[in-house]
Design a protein around this ligand. Structure first.
Ligand code: OXD
Ligand code: MN
Length: 587
């Protein structure tokens, strides 16, 4: 039968010249079949999957990638729109026609003697306004298995694709992992992504960053909604009410830990709805609502432990239906290991390169961006509202960054416009989630710099416009867990102690406490953040909130330089906020 899906498959088969086509149906039997294939085949001289110790990690598998393919490659990621200005200075750009010629040349015959996996999947809650129908082809069984964890794969998606003219097409081949031939090309005007030469999650699981953020941010701009790099949590307060928050942090800055936070306050419980991506709509009642389009966590392993993130450890050990994958951690006795999971280093540890680990000569045993891919349904704190087709109503949005200085632990924006301004100028120290130097400060507006599929100037205006379209706006907060003292040591313990800051946020939303007005917004009054049981001296607490004029002179110069890249695209309201900030700091 000629269906839209069959037509696409035929085209892909001719392009890739694969030896076999396997259309995924999402069943349990299929998972077993794909795992067997992965256990019995090698890619790049490595067995694709190795079964892990069932007692420690049931239904879990280990994967080691090529050392050149361990993170997102932002320099090789492109937004291909007809007009360069539409992609903006925040994106690498090539004309769609040229990009396609390049990609089709790489794709041609790339699956000879290989299976082409056809992955029909749904992002968002099926049969809701969040639902998006998608298909990806790939020649990587690791990618196919990961997609089964992260998205809703199966027959339901096939019938939806065939009954709708509009569906997303993702075309992926792992190629030979030659970084010179690695490209991730987005075509927002055609609902299409082409990716070649990488098997890393952020480059190859096309439903995640490529579709749910880059393509959907563009769709949201056109259609009046938002696709954001945000977690979604519900905070249950002592009277039983649940208040929903969004939080945006750059990659590898603890979003997953915050999403699965076990509060240190017994009477406050955190419910998890999402750890990476939020789709946000303005509902009929004039409020912002959000839902998570994904069905899994692709989390950074190092630093995760029963002490720092007990809920994630339980999630990893509570495997029910979907196999969990561990990628580029270290391993011993078929047990994955990473820095922070235990205090002692096992004597027979094999590092992420596959060599016996030597503490004195090797760097970290697990790659700093080593990951687990695990089903959200394993999470013991998964909110029943995760399934709500309307999403959840949002009362507060936290924009966080990683800064050793300048930015206080927490600050509430004075109003929506100021909050959008503060979020638009967020700077953060770079991490290992993406290729490139680590620790440099780069502006990462709303933690979306690598993920906004169109011009950030237009994106800022889209955010400002929310205030004209809503009856009730969430409060906006700016957070920074990473401030350091003069000995270069983190002042704030972070992890579970972040529930102290969450409690302050909830108290502000509920108008239970006053705050001090500062140059950048409202800062906590002394005594309003519960510091009971913390061993930090007063001087350091002061430093957590210090607004140092010398640092802000540098900060403002960096902001001006960043804004200047976007010329007239920066909305007037935001330029005015910048002027006002300079006036306040007397700069
Ligand atoms: C991620 C990232 O993997 O942001 O979530 O890089
Ligand atoms: Mn992310």
């Amino acid at each position: 039968m000629v269906t839209p899906l069959n037509l696409f498959i035929k085209e892909m088969k001719e392009l890739f010249q694969c030896s076999e086509v396997y259309i995924m149906n999402g069943t349990q039997k299929e998972a077993e079949k794909l795992i067997t294939i992965a256990q019995n085949s090698k890619f790049d001289d490595r067995v694709i999957l190795k079964k892990l110790n069932v007692k420690e990690y049931p239904n879990s598998y280990y994967h080691r990638s090529n050392p050149n393919d361990v993170s997102r490659t932002e320099d090789l990621t492109f937004v291909c729109t007809n007009l360069k200005e539409q992609a903006g200075p925040n994106n690498n750009w090539i004309k769609p026609k040229i990009a396609k010629i390049k990609m089709l040349k790489l794709f041609k015959n790339a699956m000879k003697n290989k299976i082409m996996y056809v992955i029909p999947f749904i992002m968002g809650i099926p049969d809701s306004k969040y639902e998006k129908n998608c298909v990806q082809v790939t020649d990587s069984v690791y990618v196919a298995l990961s997609m089964r964890i992260m998205t809703r794969v199966g027959d339901q998606a096939i019938s939806k694709i065939n009954n709708n003219s509009e569906f997303f097409k993702g075309i992926h081949s792992i190629g030979d992992l030659n970084p010179k031939k690695r490209f991730i090309m987005h075509f927002p005007e055609e609902n299409l992504v082409m990716s070649f030469g990488s098997g890393y999650g952020g480059n190859a699981l096309l439903g995640k960053k490529c579709y749910s953020l880059r393509i959907c941010s563009y769709l949201g701009y056109k259609e009046g909604w938002f696709a954001e790099h945000m977690i979604i949590i519900g905070v249950q307060i002592p009277n039983g009410k649940i208040i929903y928050l969004l939080a945006a942090f750059p990659s590898a800055c603890g979003k997953t830990n915050l999403a699965l936070l076990e509060s240190i306050f017994k009477e406050y419980k955190i419910w998890t709805l999402g750890d990476d991506i939020a789709w946000i709509n303005i509902n009929e009642d004039g409020q912002l609502y959000a839902a998570n389009p994904e069905t899994g966590f692709f989390g950074v392993a190092p630093g995760t432990s029963f002490k720092t993130n007990p809920v994630m450890m339980k999630t990893l050990k509570n495997n029910k239906f979907f196999p969990t994958l561990f990628t580029n951690t270290a391993i011993y006795n078929d047990i994955p290991w990473w820095e922070g999971v235990s205090d002692n280093i096992p004597s027979n540890l094999i590092n992420w390169y596959g060599k016996k680990y030597c503490k004195d000569t090797d760097g970290p045993a697990a790659h700093p961006n080593s990951r687990f891919t695990v089903s959200i349904y394993n999470c013991p704190t998964l909110s029943p509202e995760y399934y709500n087709p309307n999403g959840v109503p949002i009362s507060g949005i936290i924009f966080g960054s990683r800064r050793s200085n300048t930015i206080p632990l927490i600050c509430e924006a004075k109003n929506w416009t100021n909050g959008v301004f503060m979020a638009s100028v967020m700077g953060s120290e770079t991490t290992t989630a993406s290729n490139g130097s680590i620790g440099n400060i780069r502006r990462d507006p709303m933690a979306m710099l690598p993920f906004c599929g169109y011009n950030l100037g237009d994106y800022f205006q889209h955010w400002l416009n929310v205030s004209k379209r809503t009856k009730k706006l969430p409060k906006i907060f700016i957070a920074n867990w990473f401030r350091k003292d003069k000995n270069n040591k983190f002042i704030w313990p972070g992890f579970r102690d972040n529930s102290r800051v969450i409690k302050w946020i909830i108290d502000r939303i509920n108008k239970k406490i006053d705050a001090n007005e500062s140059e950048i917004g409202f800062l906590p009054k002394r005594g309003t953040i519960d510091l009971n049981g913390l061993n930090i001296d007063n001087e350091k607490i002061e430093l957590l909130f210090k607004l140092d004029k010398k640092e802000w002179i540098i900060e403002i110069a960096m902001i001006e330089k960043f804004y200047s890249k976007f010329g007239d695209k920066i909305p007037k309201e935001l330029k005015n906020c910048l002027k006002e900030l300079k006036r306040k700091f007397k700069i």
